[in-house]
Design a protein around this ligand. Structure first.
Ligand code: ADP
Ligand code: MG
Ligand code: MG
Length: 302
C-alpha cells in the first residue's frame, strides 16, 4: 500500500512569478479513486505536473510525500525504515515514476520502427533499473561486473539481470491486454503511428497496467472520447484499481466519466486550491448546478 500526500502545496510558473497553486491539500491511497474536478484554469493540470516533477513549475511552499509499505516491493527489495517516506520534490521525474507515480507520458508523436511492444518493455525495464538504484544496498556488490562478456542481442538473448526479457514481456503484455480487452494487434503497431485519439487514451491505460504504479494521475483521459471508447477506457481504469490496487487521481472537467469510474472521493479545485471535497454525490451536484455554485458556497459570491 502507498499514500501520496500533498500538503499546503504552492507552485508558480518557473519562468516568472505567476502563482498557480495556492495551498493544495490532497491524499490519495493505493486502491482509492479520487476525482479532481474544477473549471478550466483552476490548476488541475498544474497539480498533476507538479506531482510528476515537470520543470515548468517551481514549488514555493508545501510538500509532496509518498509513503510506502512493505507490500509495495515484492520479495526482492527489503526497505529500510528511512526508505518508507519519500519527499518527491527532491527527486527527478524518472525517480518519482520508479517509486510508483504514473503520469501518462508525453512521448514523441511517432517514432519510426519502434513498436508499442518495444516501447512498453523499454519503459518497464527503465522503471525496474531506476528502482534498483533507489533501493540499492549501500554495500551491495557491483552488478555491472557480472555482466561482462555476456553481451547479447537485445531482441533474442537473455535479458540483463533484473530486466524483463522479450519472451517474459510478451506474456505480461498479453495478460494486460486481455485485462483491458484490447486487440492484440495494437501491440504490433508502431508507436503512435496513426493512433486515433481514443487509441492514445487506451494506450495510456495500457502503460499504467504494465508499469503497475501505486498512484496513477490521469489528466482528462475522457476528453474527446465517444461513448464506446469512454466505456472501454473506464473499464481499463477500474481494472487498474481492482487488479493491481493502483490509486487513481482522475482529473476531469466533466461528470460523465464518473458514471463509469465511480470515485470514492470528489474534490473541486478553484483558483489553485481544493475548495470542496465530498463523495460521488458532489459530482452529481456539479453536473446539475455547475461550478459557480461551489464558488458561491465557498466565497459567498459568484
Ligand atoms: P486546468 O488544468 O485546471 O485547466 P491549469 O493547471 O492548466 O488549469 O492552469 C492553471 C492556470 O495556470 C491557468 O491560468 C493557466 O493559464 C496557468 N498556467 C499553467 N501553466 C502555465 C505555464 N506553463 N505558463 C504560464 N501560465 C500557466
Ligand atoms: Mg487541465
Ligand atoms: Mg536496503
Amino acid at each position: 500500500m502507498a499514500r501520496l500526500e500533498l500538503s499546503n502545496l504552492h507552485a508558480e510558473v518557473a519562468e516568472g512569478d505567476e502563482k498557480i497553486l495556492e495551498g493544495v491539500d490532497l491524499e490519495v491511497e493505493s486502491g482509492e479513486i479520487h476525482a479532481l474536478m474544477g473549471p478550466n484554469g483552476s490548476g488541475k493540470s498544474t497539480t498533476a505536473k507538479v506531482i510528476a516533477g515537470h520543470p515548468a513549475y517551481e514549488v514555493t511552499e508545501g510538500e509532496v510525500l509518498l509513503h510506502l509499505e512493505d507490500e509495495e516491493f515484492g520479495e526482492d527489495i527489503e526497505i529500510d525504515e528511512d526508505q518508507r517516506t519519500w519527499n518527491l520534490l527532491d527527486l527527478e521525474p524518472n525517480e518519482r515514476a520508479a517509486l510508483g507515480i504514473f503520469l501518462g507520458f508525453q512521448y514523441p508523436a511517432e517514432i519510426e520502427g519502434v513498436t508499442m511492444t518495444n516501447f512498453l518493455r523499454t519503459a518497464l525495464n527503465a522503471k525496474i533499473e531506476e528502482r534498483e538504484e533507489l533501493f540499492e544496498d549501500e554495500d551491495g556488490e557491483d552488478e555491472d561486473e557480472e555482466d561482462e562478456g555476456f553481451e547479447s542481442s537485445p531482441m533474442e538473448g537473455p535479458a540483463d539481470e533484473g530486466e524483463v526479457g522479450v519472451a517474459e514481456f510478451q506474456q505480461i503484455l498479453q495478460e494486460k491486454m486481455e485485462q483491458l480487452d484490447m486487440d492484440e494487434k495494437f501491440a504490433q503497431r508502431y508507436l503512435n503511428a496513426g493512433f486515433s485519439g481514443g487509441e492514445k487514451k487506451q494506450n495510456e491505460v495500457l502503460q499504467a497496467a504494465i508499469l503497475e504504479p501505486s498512484v496513477a494521475v490521469l489528466d482528462e483521459i475522457d476528453s474527446g472520447l465517444d461513448i464506446d471508447r469512454l466505456q472501454d477506457v473506464s473499464e481499463g481504469i477500474n481494472a487498474l484499481r481492482d487488479e493491481q490496487g493502483t490509486g487513481i487521481l482522475q482529473i476531469t472537467h466533466y461528470q460523465r466519466i464518473l458514471d463509469y469510474v465511480e470515485p470514492d472521493h470528489v474534490h473541486v479545485m478553484l483558483d489553485g486550491q481544493i475548495a470542496k471535497s465530498g463523495g460521488p454525490e458532489l459530482a452529481e451536484k456539479l453536473e446539475d448546478k455547475g461550478y459557480d455554485w461551489v464558488r458561491e458556497d465557498v466565497y459567498g459570491t459568484a
